[in-house]
Design a protein. Structure first.
Length: 173
């Protein structure tokens, strides 16, 4: 596999209000992903405060990972879903990817990850939020590190383009 400066992936898991959608950038700290990491961490905006992903308090995951919330925090349950369940799921997926060889050895101390995560304001089950975020993050990491989807996959679905929020009535379906 050709070494890249930026590996990009996407993952979606689960139905309804507890679904998870994650976009991910993975790469060397001294490259574009490192610049995005430091820029995001040092430039919070109203409702969007990027934070380090931890396996436990005072134990950041490796490679260091930044959680960027796509939805501003609205209420205690949504905050717990974002800062708790979703963040813990990201921590598990990243840790597993490092330990199982999905990420290369140099990723441990030389790379970083930036995740952009959607947690619905109407979420209602922290355990389901956790499971969906875990699955979505695993999918996103796998896609990033394997250059997925490939053109054959895109060609196979080009006349069936849709997403969980919209399916065209004509043309694509």
């Amino acid at each position: 596999m050709k070494a890249l400066q930026v590996y990009i992936g996407e993952g979606f898991a689960g139905p309804g209000v507890n679904a998870a959608h994650i976009n991910i950038m993975i790469g060397p700290r001294n490259g574009p992903v490192g610049q995005a990491f430091t820029g995001s961490l040092s430039s919070p905006s109203q409702g969007h405060v990027p934070f380090m992903v931890v396996a436990q308090p005072n134990v950041p995951v490796k490679p260091v990972t930044l959680y960027v919330n796509k939805a501003d925090i609205r209420g205690e349950l949504h905050g717990n879903a974002t800062w708790g369940a979703s963040q813990a799921a990201i921590a598990k997926a990243v840790t597993e990817a490092m330990l199982d060889g999905t990420l290369p050895p140099e990723a441990e101390n030389e790379w970083c990850i930036v995740t952009a995560n959607w947690v619905n304001w109407a979420c209602d089950d922290l355990d389901v939020v956790y499971e969906n975020n875990y699955q979505a993050c695993k999918t996103a990491i796998h896609a990033a590190m394997n250059g997925l989807p490939d053109l054959d996959r895109l060609a196979a679905i080009r006349d069936k383009i849709s997403n969980p929020f919209y399916t065209p009535k004509t043309g694509n379906a």
